[in-house]
Write a protein that binds this ligand. Structure first.
Ligand code: PGA
Length: 276
């Protein structure tokens, strides 16, 4: 039931002049059945990327398109917030949005309260959020990683008006996806172990269940120095459903390798589901 998802987080890279071509190249090289492919470029590149991936040349043989996501959304609906982008402004440009990325928690001081409000804005505009959680190294070393992530989840999701069921059967896509991204693994070339990420995914689902959100229906992605060389370690874990990819997502070769492996996992899951 849970989809296999590969989301590309381009961060503050690419320009409106070159983003479309990169997106088109990645789309053409990742035409794999069964994988939800999402590209999250900078705001100013959403239009060019959307235009570039529209059409059959980007679709997988099963017809699934490349979807476009934003990297952030403001927590207010509108008003005096110079330089910010609201959920309603993303209509027609994005169908997904990354919320609470650790770089925004760090650089913009985003709080759990703001992140909770961003989720509400996203859902009310029909955007599907990827909520990022993860501990810093000091927390992991002190044995506090589970507690930190649980706190982030409770801060963002307690009482949240999440559309139900969380797996939207009509679109066959989730209304909530979690990206577990240990901060010490992001952009460092030092990835977590698959088994540690899987243990955290199980802890995340326990917290979701406790919050009244069906954890078993929520895809959990791993993020942090994912490459085509280490993605198998994460896809081998049944509790992990794909990856949020940063640096490697700017390279078409890397994305081709990552999505190909995700396709193998998706096919295995589909075969398992039909044979029971
Ligand atoms: P990275 O970034 O793959 O470059 O570590 C992942 C992320 O921050 O989403």
């Amino acid at each position: 039931m849970r989809r296999v998802i590969v989301a590309a987080n381009w961060k503050m890279n690419t320009t409106p002049a070159d983003a479309g071509e990169l997106a088109r190249t990645i789309a053409g090289r990742t035409r794999v059945d069964g994988v939800v492919r999402i590209i999250c470029p900078p705001f100013v590149c959403l239009g060019p990327v959307g235009d570039a991936v529209a059409g059959d040349a980007s679709s997988a043989p099963d017809g699934s398109p490349v979807l476009v996501g934003a990297q952030n959304v403001h927590h207010a609906a509108a008003g005096a917030h110079t330089g910010e982008i609201s959920a309603s402004m993303l209509a027609g440009l994005a169908t997904w949005v990354i919320i609470g990325h650790s770089e925004r928690r760090r650089d913009a001081g985003e709080t759990d309260t703001q992140i909770a409000a961003k989720l509400v804005r996203a859902w009310s505009a029909g955007l599907r959020p990827i909520l990022c959680v993860g501990e810093v190294l000091a927390d992991r070393d002190a044995g506090r990683a589970d507690d930190v992530v649980e706190g982030q989840l409770r801060g963002a999701l307690a009482g949240a008006p999440i559309p139900t069921p969380v797996h939207d059967a009509g679109a066959d896509l989730p209304w909530l996806t979690i990206a577990y991204e240990p901060v010490w693994a992001i952009g460092t070339g030092r990835n977590a172990r698959g088994s540690d990420a899987a243990a955290m995914a199980a802890a995340i689902r326990r917290t979701l269940d406790d919050l009244g959100i069906e954890g078993a229906a929520v895809p959990i992605l791993y993020g942090g120095s994912v490459t085509s060389a280490n993605i198998d370690e994460f896809l081998a874990e049944p509790g992990l459903d794909g990856a949020l990819v940063g640096g490697a997502s700017l390279k078409a070769d890397e994305m081709a390798g990552i999505v190909a492996r995700a396709g193998t996992t998706a096919a295995a899951r589909a075969a398992h589901a039909t044979t029971g």
